[in-house]
Structures are given as structure tokens and as C-alpha cells.
Design a protein around this ligand. Structure first.
Ligand code: MG
Length: 372
């Protein structure tokens, strides 16, 4: 009797080292669509934002960015920075239509498309439909198709994984293409400041700087155990990021189960000091609700997340009788949840998040009253 050979694990995806990922990111998408459709706005600063005190900037043209205007900044601040800008409210049905056009282009090359928003997606082009020889050729062709069919510019990054492709698409923005080959990863990452790594925010940057770590090369010197001891779960992520490791697959058409925004404060805050941040987080979440195509239904539950200075995570949720239908309503519920957190007033918080979950078809909730 002969022994059976050990079972071999066969993965569906290509071996990690051989994967070819493209990240496509439209340049100043909403603002560019507005400039395309209003030729008299071309070459001028354009800010896409609703009117109102609590409104945030949805997009800014490159001409407006020269003045320091950025996405997610309060619209009132944008007005102060660039009073001569053309302010226009977002027209999401139009942006969604262009986004659908762009997605159709992606699907000519691969069905492994993971949209991140209306203007951004990961594509796994390890096997591309037209059989182009390289991922770079695919990215070039996609950018050319987008330009020819929508008159808009896209930037693209090509790399062996998602995180590197995302860094790469930003590298030659706007209207650029950048490729990171597997053998170039170490040299490319080494001189970068750690804040260029996705997921490394201001607070982590500071904590790393306190350890004398400014560049990725300096981060790479630190062993995994040390980073985990200092940063917990994020330590492992930092260890991997420093080496350009990212094993996440491109997962097409994920149904939305939740939507959230969170922020880590520069310095820990009291409960009272957390409150203003919730309005801004609610605005960020609501911006995404407005860009969604509605296929996932309406969110019924509002979630508040807090992390104390001792890294204790607290979540509180509330499901109102009718789903929140405006940014103000969402912010109001989040504030109500904060007020009900029963921790001692001396507690300090390092992070706050606002989220929506429990997405259901609008029909389900509408049908309910008819039963009675
Ligand atoms: Mg973009």
C-alpha cells in the first residue's frame, strides 16, 4: 500500500507574484464632466458642491486645486479660498451615466472589475479578453478608449497587486500612466514617505516619526513582532505595506453591506470635542449615498464607532422607523448616539466613525404598512 501524496491546494486566482492589476482613476471626475458639458467652464476653476453651510466639496477641477480647494472640504472654505470659482451642484444621474459607459469599457478587457466609486476601479487583467501581451498595453488601451468615447482623462496604475496599483495611478496624475514591475517594488517604495502608503494617516505618520521612521525604507528595517507590539493589527499591515505585499483579490460587483467614514484625530479628544467631527463624517458618508446607484436599497441603520485612547472600540447603532433621508438627519442620529455613550466624561477618544448599514430594498419597507 502506497501513501497518498499530500493534498495540493489549488487556488482559483493566479499566483500572487504573477497577478496583473490595473487601478483606473478618473481625473477630477465630476468637475471634468461639468467642464466637458459646459465648454465655457474649461480652463476655469470649477467646484462641484451643494449650497449651504454644512455642504462639502464633491470635486474640484485642477484649476480650483491651485487655490488649495480639495474634495471633502467644507464648501464655505472653498468659497473663501477661491471666490471666483464656478460653483455648481452635483448632477449624479449624469455622472452615473458616464460611469456606466466607463465600466462597459472595462468589461471589454476583463470581467474582474471591482468599482470603488463612480470614478475608480480595480481590474484584474492577468488574463485579458482581447489577449493583449501586457497589462501596460491593456491600461493604455483603456485610457485611449475612455478618452475617445467620453472625452475625459483617466489615470492608471499597473502593478502586481491592488495597493501598488493604487499608489501607481496617483503617481503621474493627472492624465498619466505608471507601471510598477515586480522587480521594481523595493526600489520604488524605499524613498517614499510612509504617508504615501494607503491607510497611513496623520496619526500613524506621527507615531512612526516618533520612532524615527519617515520613509518606507526606514519602516522596512523594523521586524514584524516589533510593529505588532506597537501598532496591533495595523502593525502587520504596515509590515506588508513596507514590502509592497497585498494579497487581496479583485472582487467584482460586491453588494454593499455597509458604508462608513472614520477619522483618527491628530490628538485625542473629549466627547464634546468629538461632536463636530461627526457632522463632517456624516457629510462624507452622505456624499457616497448620493453617488450610489440605488441598487443596494436604502440603509436602515446608523452606526457610531469610537475608539478610546486605550484602543477600546465602542459601537452604537440606531435603526429609526424610517431610514435617514438627508445628511442632516444622519448627522443628527450620530450625535444622538454620541450623547448616549455612557463612558465617563474624562474618557478621551482617538477615532470616530459614522456608518450606514442594513441596506434593504426600498420596496420591503414600503410594503410593510399595507399589511395592517
Ligand atoms: Mg478620481
Amino acid at each position: 500500500m502506497s501513501e497518498l501524496p499530500p493534498a495540493t491546494h489549488v487556488a482559483d486566482a493566479a499566483p500572487i507574484a504573477q497577478r496583473k492589476i490595473v487601478h483606473v482613476d478618473m481625473d477630477a471626475f465630476y468637475a471634468s464632466v461639468e467642464q466637458r458639458d459646459h465648454p465655457e467652464w474649461r480652463g476655469r476653476p470649477v467646484v462641484v458642491a451643494w449650497r449651504g453651510m454644512r455642504s462639502v466639496v464633491c470635486a474640484a477641477s485642477y484649476e480650483a486645486r491651485v487655490f488649495g480647494v480639495r474634495s471633502a472640504m467644507p464648501a464655505t472654505r472653498a468659497e473663501r479660498l477661491c471666490p471666483d470659482a464656478i460653483f455648481t451642484p452635483p448632477d449624479f444621474p449624469r455622472y452615473r451615466a458616464v460611469s456606466a459607459q466607463i465600466r462597459a469599457i472595462f468589461h471589454r478587457y476583463t470581467d474582474l472589475v471591482e468599482p470603488l466609486s463612480l470614478d475608480e476601479a480595480y481590474l484584474d487583467v492577468t488574463h485579458n479578453k482581447p489577449g493583449l501581451a501586457t497589462a501596460t498595453a491593456v491600461a493604455k488601451q483603456i485610457r485611449a478608449d475612455i478618452r475617445a468615447e467620453t472625452e475625459l482623462n483617466a489615470s492608471a496604475g499597473v502593478a502586481p497587486n491592488k495597493v501598488l496599483a493604487k499608489i501607481a495611478s496617483d503617481w503621474r496624475k493627472p492624465n498619466g500612466l505608471f507601471v510598477i514591475q515586480p522587480h521594481e517594488i523595493t526600489d520604488f517604495l524605499s524613498p517614499l514617505p510612509v504617508r504615501k502608503l494607503p491607510g497611513v494617516g496623520g496619526a500613524t505618520e506621527k507615531a512612526l516619526a516618533a520612532l524615527g521612521i519617515v520613509t518606507v525604507a526606514e519602516l522596512r528595517v523594523h521586524p514584524l513582532a516589533e510593529l505588532v507590539a506597537r501598532f496591533g493589527k495595523q502593525g502587520k499591515r504596515l509590515y506588508e505595506l513596507a514590502r509592497g505585499i497585498d494579497e487581496r483579490l479583485v472582487s467584482p460587483d460586491q453588494p454593499r453591506r455597509s458604508l462608513s467614514a472614520e477619522t483618527t484625530f491628530e490628538s485625542d479628544r473629549s466627547r464634546v470635542e468629538v461632536a463636530p467631527a461627526l457632522d463632517e463624517l456624516a457629510a462624507r458618508v452622505w456624499r457616497h449615498v448620493a453617488t450610489a446607484d440605488g441598487a443596494e436599497g436604502q440603509a436602515h441603520t446608523v452606526v457610531l464607532k469610537l475608539k478610546t485612547s486605550e484602543f477600546r472600540t465602542i459601537t452604537r447603532s440606531h435603526t429609526p422607523a424610517t431610514p435617514p433621508s438627508s445628511m442632516d438627519e444622519l448627522a443628527g442620529i450620530a450625535q444622538g448616539l454620541l450623547a448616549r455613550v455612557e463612558l465617563d466624561e474624562s474618557t478621551r477618544y482617538r477615532l470616530a466613525g459614522v456608518g450606514l448599514s442594513n441596506f434593504r430594498e426600498a420596496l420591503e419597507s414600503d410594503a410593510q404598512p399595507a399589511l395592517f
